[in-house]
Design a protein around this ligand. Structure first.
Ligand SMILES: Cc1ncc(COP(=O)(O)O)c(C=O)c1O
Length: 422
């Protein structure tokens, strides 16, 4: 063994014992044995030469395999404690990939409040007969026996859920599933492996939209499926190549760059979120706040037990009439879909992220028209709080003025929240 290999062996042994902060920073560093570049090289090449007749090297064609994509895959498999990872071109490509594992008579059970795009894909594929589908509220453990009696093949969990931050007990559902020959896939996009490792809790597959926290800079769309076992990983790799779902090498390289700061980014985002959730919870204009870090969240104890942090997504409810005014008044929150970047975003789920859900399904899931979702970034928390405060005051003034005008004609009075905020 060369001195270099001994050293990298020592480093990799060290890195498997190290904290997630260190492991994300050091993922795939010093992997270039040709020139010793610190950062892994980027292989944009679509194809690789054969060494000779009938003598294929490790890589032949980038859709099937690429060293830059594999570097990201190895890093993500290791962070999620999985056997292997299949890196694909978007989070939805990852969801599509998992759907290939189901047969027409298989039953897939999904959450009633999962990401709208996943919900749309599942329902449309089920309508075409790709599999059977059942929708449940996974935050209700009392439904476990009832769900298992239907003999499902796969459970799809998303916890915390989008956009209402409900928590599913991953270990409880995985235990029940495995006793009933059922497998479990967890969408871990909202927390990233810094906040939760579903495979350690029993999941068979983990999905991420790497577009979100893993890349963290809102400049790459990507996805990954991490498999707990070799067999599932091989099937996923086969389907990803067959369907052409694999991600581009440049996107993988950028995502690996983003991954290096994952832990410090998320720490700041979570700290900001706790402060903002507390501010929202005591504000008279806010009817309800959904954030697992608040003690009043119905599953605060489960979140504390299952997660390493409470995440950086908060949703809250206002009077629906206030929404346009609040959204236009905010200066430090961009009105945009997506989440998980260093910049703070605000979204109106009913007309944006969850517009693909039928209004009745949205209502069943509790996604009302007054609901707003925040993706908290790494800006200064006091700037973000002042921005929200200002936007609520503007909305209150606007409605107070409107109410006064109306009162002059009908003698109606502003409500308590409008008076207090103004
Ligand atoms: C939880 C979750 N899963 C999957 C996706 C789909 O990811 P992508 O937009 O990268 O296709 C999203 C997108 O917002 C998401 O929030």
């Amino acid at each position: 063994m060369s001195q270099h290999n001994e050293l990298s062996n020592e480093l990799s042994q060290h890195s498997t014992q190290a904290s997630i902060t260190t492991r994300t920073v050091r993922a795939a560093l010093e992997s270039d044995h040709q020139h010793g570049s610190v950062i892994p090289p980027l292989y944009l090449s679509t194809n690789f030469t054969f060494a000779g007749f009938d003598d294929k090297r490790e890589y032949d064609y980038t859709r099937s395999g690429n060293p830059s994509r594999d570097a990201l895959a190895q890093a993500l498999a290791e962070l999620e404690q999985g056997y292997s990872a299949t890196v694909v071109s978007s989070g939805m490509a990852a969801v599509t990939l998992v759907c290939q594992l189901l047969q027409a008579d298989d039953l897939l059970v999904i959450p009633h409040d999962c990401y709208g795009g996943s919900y749309r894909l599942f329902t449309h594929l089920a309508q075409r007969g790709a599999f059977r589908l059942q929708v449940v509220d996974f935050s209700r453990d009392d439904l476990i026996d009832e769900v298992m009696a239907q003999e499902p093949s796969w459970l799809w969990l998303e916890t915390p859920s989008n956009p209402l931050l409900r928590i599913t007990d991953i270990a409880a559902w995985c235990n029940a599933a495995h006793q009933n020959h059922c497998q479990v896939c967890v969408d871990n996009t909202f927390l990233s492996p810094t906040g939760q490792q579903p495979i350690a809790l029993g999941a068979d597959l983990v999905v991420h939209s790497t577009t979100k926290y893993l890349n963290g800079h809102s400049d790459v769309v990507g996805g990954v499926v991490i498999a707990a076992q070799h067999d599932l990983g091989q099937q996923l790799d086969w389907w990803a190549n067959c369907l052409g779902l694999t991600g581009s090498p440049f996107d993988a390289w950028l995502t690996l760059r983003g991954l290096r700061t994952l832990d410090v980014r998320v720490q700041q985002q979570v700290q900001n979120s706790v402060e903002i959730a507390q501010f929202l919870a005591q504000h008279p204009a806010v009817k309800q706040v959904h954030y697992p870090g608040l003690q009043q969240h119905p599953q605060h104890a489960l979140a504390k037990h299952q997660q390493q942090h409470f995440g950086a997504i908060i949703s809250f409810e206002l009077e629906p009439d206030w929404i346009p005014c609040v959204l236009s008044a905010l200066q430090h929150f961009s009105l945009a879909e997506s989440l998980g970047g260093v910049e703070s975003l605000i979204a109106h789920p009913a007309t944006m992220t969850h517009a693909a859900m039928a209004p009745a399904a949205r209502q069943r899931a509790g996604i009302c028209d007054g609901l707003l979702r925040l993706s908290i970034g790494i800006e200064h928390s006091q700037d973000l709080i002042a921005d929200l405060q200002r936007a609520f005051s503007q909305a209150a003034h606007q409605f107070l003025a409107a109410a006064q005008n109306q009162r002059q004609s009908t003698d109606s009075k502003p409500n308590k929240a409008q008076r207090e905020v103004a």
